[in-house]
Structures are given as C-alpha cells and as structure tokens.
Design a protein around this ligand. Structure first.
Ligand SMILES: [Ca+2]
Ligand SMILES: [Ca+2]
Length: 155
C-alpha cells in the first residue's frame, strides 16, 4: 500500500500523486521523491517505522533533511491534516537545557506548557493515550514513534 500523497501549491503534480521533479530543484535526486510530499517550498517524509527521537533525527540526516521544523500555522495545519490521530516526532526538544525548547536548527521556541521536566524532552504531534490534548506534547525521547523529516527546496 502506498502512503504517497501530494499537496502541491507551486509545482506540478502527476495524477497518481507522484511528484514531477521541477527543474529548479534538480540537485535533489529523483529517487528521493518516492515517499516525499511537497508543500510550500519543503519536501516532507513521513516514516512508517517507529524509532526514538534521536534515531529519527539521524534518519532524517541520512536523507539529507532534518526532523520537521514547524514555522507557521499553515505548516501546522499541513502536519495536522497528514498525521490524523497518529504520533509523529517533530524537531523540537529541550534535551540540552531543561525548559529551553529549541528546534533542530537551534531556534528557540517559547512555551510554558510542557510539564514533563527532565523526563520528557522531545515533542510529538499527538498522543493516542490522551486524544483530547491538543498541540504538541513533550514525551520521553526513547519512546518509539513515527517521524517527519523536512527538506527545504532552498539551499
Ligand atoms: Ca518548516
Ligand atoms: Ca523537558
């Protein structure tokens, strides 16, 4: 079963949901497109496997990407629509300094909400055990979840 989906605003998509490689970003090899979704200047990869946050982060680096950095409301809506009621790691952690949440690019994210203390230092999109909690949640980094990688089309 293919989980390919295609959300295209700027680029042309084929009928089958595959992504037509645009000339502008032909520096990315076409093979990567199999499981990548394009949306607003980024490609996103959603894993089927489950791994720890650190292993997920490494997997993204291997794909020459990073764990997703959610920059705005549109991107958050995109994530929400594509991860309906499933847990996915995002690139947000306070693993270095407790309470100091940072995206994987080093940009700080200010929040009062997470309350997991030193035990819970990595963020997921959703938790099936608390389906009523909205927004990102801090959980143990060693838990195994699916993850989302993001690769910008800009160098
Ligand atoms: Ca982003
Ligand atoms: Ca923490």
């Amino acid at each position: 079963m293919s989980h390919m989906r295609c959300v295209c605003l700027l680029l042309h998509c084929s009928q089958e949901g595959g992504i037509t490689v645009p000339h502008q970003s032909n520096h990315i090899t076409a093979g990567l497109y199999d499981e990548w979704i394009y949306y607003q200047s980024s490609f996103y990869y959603m894993s089927n496997e489950r791994k720890s946050w650190t292993e997920s982060s490494k997997d993204c680096l291997k794909r020459r990407a990073n764990l997703i950095i959610i920059n705005n409301r549109e991107e958050q809506d995109f994530v929400k629509n594509n991860t309906v009621k499933r847990e996915f790691w995002i690139g947000l952690t306070d693993i270095d300094v407790e309470g100091s949440w940072k995206w994987v690019d080093g940009i700080s994210y200010h929040t009062e909400k997470p309350n997991g203390g030193r035990v819970e230092n990595c963020a997921v999109t959703y938790l099936t055990k608390w389906p009523d909690l909205l927004g990102w949640l801090d959980v143990k980094c060693n838990n195994a979840y699916q993850w989302i990688c993001e690769k910008s089309i800009w160098p």
